[in-house]
Design a protein around this ligand. Structure first.
Ligand SMILES: Nc1nc2c(c(=O)[nH]1)N[C@H]1C(S)=C(S)[C@@H](COP(=O)(O)O)O[C@H]1N2
Ligand SMILES: [Mo]
Length: 527
């Protein structure tokens, strides 16, 4: 009787309700005892770490900076499907449905304990999740309408064997089952909501950050030239506000480091191991500098790039204290969450503003941009230089160690490539015929840009007007007046670097070391 379409739907529903309960209680346990070990986040992080270069690219291409949300939703969908299957299996072949629930908990445990900064109790939440889901499933499956009810206690037959009780009234049975199932799922949802409330309430680090005042810089950045900002509507502002700054990282849960607990250790191929605390870092003469960060995953025309005023201390000075040995050629910076970046040592020891940053646009680093301390290195893509939540610099060699993305198919070195982008007219924006403007940004950090040219409808390349660059470490705006004529047009741009290199037309993918090609945009001009 239970093996009817209705019975199977009930069993699948029981599986989903049991999983919701387990997941909710697991999240709640994590929120209380091991904030970093949320089963969802642990599995998600493990998936991120296991993902090859193409998977990261696909995620970013499809979902942009919402890639993490998409991943969590994906995990949720898989869990719901697996939970429904576990319910069906438990109906037909007990106790294998329970085994599936326990196995899922086991995957969570494995993911949690293998995380980079795993705590001693990180195995608990997923274990709780698996066991509670299994217990709930067995209780619910026993109540699937139409199941033979077995009872040894009250209705043994003459030979002592359990006998089936007469089925209960079907309507009553169904109502009881639905009540139990909905109740189970509801408890799970309440626990999930409770866990996120508990987490939000314990954002102590945010409170510390908001109360922080950064020291006055010993070296201030020169004022931004008045002619650096063209102020054209739709054009990226020359300094990117923090709230609009792109965010790319592998951290599903933003690491929460209290400055008082932060320190940076420099070790490896050095003569003196150096450790510096937050207070020691802030007591040093801090310097301001503008640097444009760019992601290697930025496609031609993409927006994974932003420019900020950073406040920090030159890494070169700290490395000098550590005194790297002559054979060192790389510094592997490490984040508290296990991310690593391989920077050529010369980029950190030459005259450029490679800094340990504590401030971004006049405030402490936002949590998602690396609070309390991150690296910023002009001229290198973020994945080989811009380590957020940085806690360690290992001085080493390229033939001895590799960074996080290098082991996943990206290049071990990532100098930023010469690029330019059209911002105005905006994508899919119709333009009215007449006097109009084409504008954008161009960059090759630490080299600088000397010119940008624009081509309309395969015509001759025309020079655009460059705004004043803040420095060679930042992007620069450009614009060109355009008398737009009715019809469809193709607009292209290309930059020339300060060393005379012309931006290549050759299209290349983002992996392994950054996209190339000219940005182009189709524009419709109407009368
Ligand atoms: N800890 C940590 N730092 C990291 C990353 C990361 O995944 N984890 N991603 C890097 C990459 S790929 C880029 S492009 C920059 C982006 O910095 P933003 O998020 O502040 O823009 O951070 C870098 N630092
Ligand atoms: Mo990146």
């Amino acid at each position: 009787m239970a093996d009817t379409a209705k019975g199977r739907w009930s069993a699948a529903g029981a599986g989903v309700a049991a999983a919701v309960l387990g997941a909710g209680l697991g999240e709640l346990t994590a929120a209380i005892i091991a904030p970093g070990a949320s089963p969802f986040a642990a599995i998600g992080s493990a998936l991120i770490d296991l993902a090859p270069a193409w998977a990261k690219e696909t995620a970013i291409a499809l979902f942009g900076t919402n890639d993490k949300l998409a991943l969590l939703i994906g995990i949720g969908i898989v869990l719901v499907a697996a939970a429904a299957a576990a319910g069906l299996v438990e109906l037909k072949r007990p106790p294998f449905g329970l085994a599936i629930m326990i196995a899922f908990g086991g995957v969570g445990v494995l993911a949690a304990v293998t995380r980079a900064n795993a705590g001693p109790f990180d195995w608990v939440p997923s274990l709780v999740a698996g066991i509670m889901a299994a217990v709930a499933l067995s209780l619910l499956i026993a109540r699937v309408p139409g199941r033979p009810r077995l009872s040894a206690a009250t209705s043994s037959g003459p030979d002592g064997a359990p006998v089936a009780l007469p089925p209960r009234e079907p309507a009553l049975e169904r109502r009881t089952f639905i009540l139990w199932t909905v109740g189970t799922a509801a408890v799970g949802l309440v626990a999930t909501v409770g866990s996120s409330l508990a987490r939000a309430g314990s954002r102590a680090v945010t409170i510390v950050r908001d109360a922080l005042t950064l020291p006055t810089p010993a070296v201030t950045a020169p004022p931004i030239p008045a002619t650096a900002e063209l102020g054209i509507s739709g054009l990226a502002p020359v300094v990117t506000p923090n709230a609009q700054f792109y965010r790319i990282d592998t951290a599903l849960i933003v690491p929460q480091i209290a400055p008082a607990d932060w320190s940076l250790r420099i070790h490896g191929l050095v003569q003196n191991e150096v450790t510096i605390t937050w207070d020691e870092l802030l007591a040093l003469p801090l310097e301001e500098s503008f640097t444009t960060l760019a992601c290697v995953s930025n496609n031609v025309g993409g927006d994974l790039i932003g420019n900020a005023l950073w406040l920090g201390y030159p890494i070169r000075e700290l490395l000098a204290r550590a005194a790297p040995t002559a054979d060192a050629d790389m510094v592997l910076s490490k984040s508290i969450d296990g991310f690593t970046a391989s920077s050529p040592i010369e980029a950190l020891t030459d005259a450029r503003n490679a800094i340990l940053a504590v401030g971004m646009n006049g405030e402490p680093l936002p949590a998602e941009h690396g609070f309390p301390v991150r690296m910023v290195v002009p001229g290198l893509y973020g994945y080989v230089s811009a380590t957020k939540w940085v806690t360690e610099l290992e001085v080493t060699r390229f033939d001895k160690a590799t960074g996080y993305w290098t082991t996943r198919g990206w290049s071990e070195r990532g100098p930023i490539k010469l690029q330019s982008r059209i911002d105005v007219p905006k994508k899919q924006q119709g333009v009215k015929a007449g006097e109009s403007v084409i504008a954008g940004v161009a960059w090759q950090q630490h080299v600088g840009v000397s010119g940008v040219e624009v081509q309309i409808d395969e015509g001759a390349w025309q020079p655009a007007t460059l705004a004043t660059a803040i420095s060679g470490d930042t992007w620069v705006q450009w614009s060109m007046p355009w008398t737009a004529t009715v019809g469809d047009h193709l607009i292209r741009c290309r930059a020339t670097s300060a060393t005379g290199e012309l931006q290549t037309e050759e299209l290349s993918r983002t992996d392994p070391d950054g996209a190339t090609g000219w940005h182009e945009r189709f524009i419709t001009v109407f009368s």
